[in-house]
Write a protein that binds this ligand. Structure first.
Ligand SMILES: Cc1cc2nc3c(=O)[nH]c(=O)nc-3n(C[C@H](O)[C@H](O)[C@H](O)COP(=O)(O)OP(=O)(O)OC[C@H]3O[C@@H](n4cnc5c(N)ncnc54)[C@H](O)[C@@H]3O)c2cc1C
Ligand SMILES: *[C@@H]1O[C@H](CO)[C@@H](O)[C@H](O)[C@H]1NC(C)=O
Ligand SMILES: *[C@@H]1O[C@H](CO)[C@@H](O)[C@H](O)[C@H]1NC(C)=O
Ligand SMILES: *[C@@H]1O[C@H](CO)[C@@H](O)[C@H](O)[C@H]1NC(C)=O
Ligand SMILES: *[C@@H]1O[C@H](CO)[C@@H](O)[C@H](O)[C@H]1NC(C)=O
Ligand SMILES: *[C@@H]1O[C@H](CO)[C@@H](O)[C@H](O)[C@H]1NC(C)=O
Length: 645
């Protein structure tokens, strides 16, 4: 063969090789990911050093909340719960405002989605998220004593409820900051009020507090930093008359040690306005508040910044990859879902009995059947199921957690990845677990549809319904889902294919409702799934922007085969998998045989088409070259063309 001929033949072989691998961009990205060190920190909660919320974890909970000489307002939340995310800015605002109360009550929060905190969230019997509780000074947990619940999520109401709880405490626990909440009695004179008071106290502020109001208590708390004044409340109109204070006029009285009374009129009937009015009066008399020590450490802040910089890089890469093809299913997300379910959501429930126990048994049975994990993970789930079905009365979350730990010690490493990929949010406050939970249930519904042995069309839906109802730590999601399941007649689903489509349609309804919500990741806007770009044939009429809602005319057969396709275990992407030896081997062999599939991106497809065309042209050239050897070889550009390759 001629030199050019050999070169051409090589090129054609290269071409064909390229063709085979063109649709498989995974290795390249796996390589990129393997270089990365720090996985995304899943335990980064909703609050950070830039706000005034005291961050609680298992490591500092006891020393911060138990047996203190001040109280604590504690928010139990889950990072992934949409309602918690929506509430977080409000809570930060509350913490900012009530920072002035910190000597008497702190504003704090604990992330129950962080596995390390399982024990605390379980022991405190947190039933819904977010939950706000007030733990009094000297607090020590005991049976049925897990703090007082605050049944509001409105800042003003929370402030008032909290002040009311603080003011109802009997003893001051050796806390010199603790205000005197005892109402002034009619019998007390001005000099009685100063009796036994620290000499720094130059003034008593008398505030009328109507029944069920906490105006004066709140004002007292806002003025903790002013040693010059003590705020006292009263509700007896006779006291007002004695100090010549008109209770209908929104007035307060400043009384000095000589018994002089000065009346002030705050700008409005609110504790901030009352506190400002008193501060203004004291400033005018050249008094100043104490200086509050700053608790923030710059070093810790710098460290956190450095950490977040390094995770930011890998996150950017992940998001870039995922956005190429928003419909691809990732092994990493399926694993994170299972990990969070087993190690966090189930483990933090205090008592698992009755319906809840049944739901757990059902869920584990289905997970065992359609488990995407490798050998170790399959054994873990199988053994956990065997463990759980032995119980017919009750099981505790602690027992479940201990069993997982025991099995893990025995089986070795379970998970091949440590971060979300398809469910990674552009910030830790977006996406994550709830996204992976959807993904896992879609995946299982499709596996059930392809399983000859499974007869029950409701198998997966029932397991999901029970799970969401009894374990999903996003309380409002759970309630919405149950209502939707009833409305959409989940129990009437008649075939396994219909179950796949039921879940798809239900999820789209949720997408529709949440589009534009505060919890929506700007990088991943809520759209009707699949997009026209991912699956053109899934829509009957050509898609337009205005159709990105429930009025889309779907081709359900096409949607069904699309869903079956993307959830085919062979096409589940391993992008982000760090320990592929832990994956399922039989799938591995199947994957190696895999050629171009239809789930790859337009980009890859176009690249493939281009290479295809290129190869055909090359073959034609090769054919010509062999057919007309003589004349063709002499043409100089033939050599140039091939020489550059
Ligand atoms: C049962 C349940 C109920 C929820 N209810 C609420 C609620 O009431 N309020 C609230 O704020 N949040 C709720 N959530 C959370 C919310 O639905 C999202 O999970 C969360 O906002 C993260 O959104 P996401 O952008 O990551 O995509 P998700 O909606 O979580 O979707 C995950 C992935 O699934 C794929 N997908 C999207 N739509 C479909 C579909 N129709 N069929 C198949 N695959 C699809 C996409 O690839 C997407 O990336 C609920 C979650 C669950 C699991
Ligand atoms: C915290 O206190 C609880 C209750 O007093 C106790 O059971 C638990 O062991 C303590 N935890 C730590 C880490 O000290
Ligand atoms: C406060 O003390 C009084 C009497 O000393 C008692 O009746 C009341 O129950 C106590 N309240 C609280 C919250 O402990
Ligand atoms: C208050 O402090 C004193 C001295 O420090 C101590 O003896 C007393 O037990 C403390 N009281 C309470 C209720 O903590
Ligand atoms: C105060 O609260 C009690 C109990 O909640 C209620 O019965 C009463 O009517 C309230 N009083 C006023 C003046 O609102
Ligand atoms: C949904 O689409 C229809 C037309 O396709 C449009 O009239 C309607 O306003 C859209 N609704 C929303 C909520 O976007």
């Amino acid at each position: 063969m001629t030199r050019q001929g050999a070169q051409l033949a090589c090129l054609i072989i290269l071409c064909i090789l390229k063709l085979i691998t063109a649709g498989v961009p995974l290795n390249r990205y796996e390589a990129i990911l393997k270089q990365q060190s720090a996985p995304v920190d899943e335990e980064l909660g909703l609050y950070d050093d830039s706000d005034k919320v005291v961050k609680l974890t298992v490591a500092n909970f006891n020393e911060t909340v138990l047996e203190q000489n001040r109280g604590s307002l504690v928010e139990f939340y889950n990072t992934y719960c949409g309602h918690c995310r929506r509430f977080a800015p409000t809570y930060k605002q509350i913490a900012e405002q009530l920072h002035a109360w910190q000597e008497v009550v702190i504003v704090s929060a604990i992330d129950c989605a962080a596995e390390e905190n399982n024990g605390i969230c379980r022991n405190y019997e947190v039933m819904g998220y977010p939950t706000l509780r007030y733990m009094r000074p000297g607090f020590q947990p005991s049976a049925n004593q897990y703090g007082l619940k605050l049944e509001s999520q409105k800042p003003d109401e929370i402030r008032s409820l909290l002040a009311g709880m603080v003011a109802a405490e009997n003893h001051t626990m050796n806390n010199t900051y603790w205000p005197n909440f005892v109402p002034v009695a009619e019998s007390e004179s001005a000099s009685d009020l100063f009796e036994g008071l620290n000499s720094l106290r130059q003034y008593i502020a008398l505030i009328y507090e109507p029944e069920n109001s906490t105006l004066a208590a709140e004002t007292a708390l806002f003025l903790l930093q002013w040693p010059t004044v003590q705020v006292r409340r009263f509700s007896d109109p006779a006291v007002a008359a004695k100090f010549k204070l008109d209770i209908n006029q929104q007035q307060l009285a400043l009384v000095d040690r000589q018994g002089n009374v000065k009346l002030h009129t705050p700008s409005e009937q609110s504790s901030d306005a009352y506190a400002k009015s008193i501060e203004g009066a004291l400033h005018a008399l050249n008094f100043t508040p104490r200086t509050v020590q700053s608790s923030k450490s710059n070093q810790a802040e710098a460290q956190q910044q450095a950490n977040s910089d390094s995770t930011q890089n890998s996150l950017t890469q992940i998001i870039k990859e995922v956005q190429r093809n928003k419909h691809i299913i990732y092994q990493a997300d399926l694993e994170q879902a299972i990990r969070t379910i087993l190690h966090n959501e189930v483990a933090k429930v205090n008592e698992i009995s009755g319906d809840r126990l049944l739901a757990l048994q059902r869920f584990l049975t289905v997970l065992q059947r359609y488990n995407p994990l490798g050998t170790n993970g399959r054994q873990l789930v199988a053994k956990l199921k065997d463990f759980v079905v032995q119980f017919n009365q009750k099981l505790t979350g602690k027992e479940f957690e201990d069993e997982i730990r025991r099995l893990e010690m025995k089986l070795g490493q379970i998970y091949s990845s440590t971060q979300y990929v398809g469910c990674a949010g552009s910030s830790p406050h977006y996406r994550g677990f709830s996204c992976s939970l959807w993904t896992l249930f879609h995946f299982m519904s499709v596996q059930a549809a392809g399983n000859e042995e499974s007869q029950d069309p409701l198998e997966v839906l029932q397991a999901m319904h029970g799970y969401i109802k009894n374990f999903f730590g996003c309380t409002d999601c759970s309630e919405h889902f149950q209502a939707m399941a009833t409305r959409r007649k989940i129990w009437n689903v008649a075939s396994k294919d219909d179950a796949v489509l039921w879940l798809w349609a239900a999820h789209n309804e949720v997408n529709q409702r949440l589009a534009g919500d505060d919890t929506e990741d700007p990088e991943f806007p809520k759209q009707q799934f699949p997009s026209a770009k991912s699956c053109a044939q899934c829509r009957n009429a050509p898609a337009t922007a205005s159709q990105e809602n429930l009025s889309i005319d779907w081709n359900k057969d096409a949607v069904l085969s699309f869903l079956k396709n993307i959830h085919n275990p062979q096409f589940v992407s391993r992008f982000g998998v760090q320990r592929s030896e832990l994956l399922h081997e039989t799938l591995d062999t199947m994957r190696q045989k895999r050629q171009i599939s239809n789930v790859f991106s337009d980009m890859d497809m176009r690249m493939g088409m281009f290479l295809y065309a290129f190869c055909i042209v090359m073959m034609v050239i090769a054919f010509k070259l062999f057919a007309f050897k003589g004349g063709y070889r002499k043409k100089p550009y033939g050599h140039d063309l091939l020489g550059k390759v």
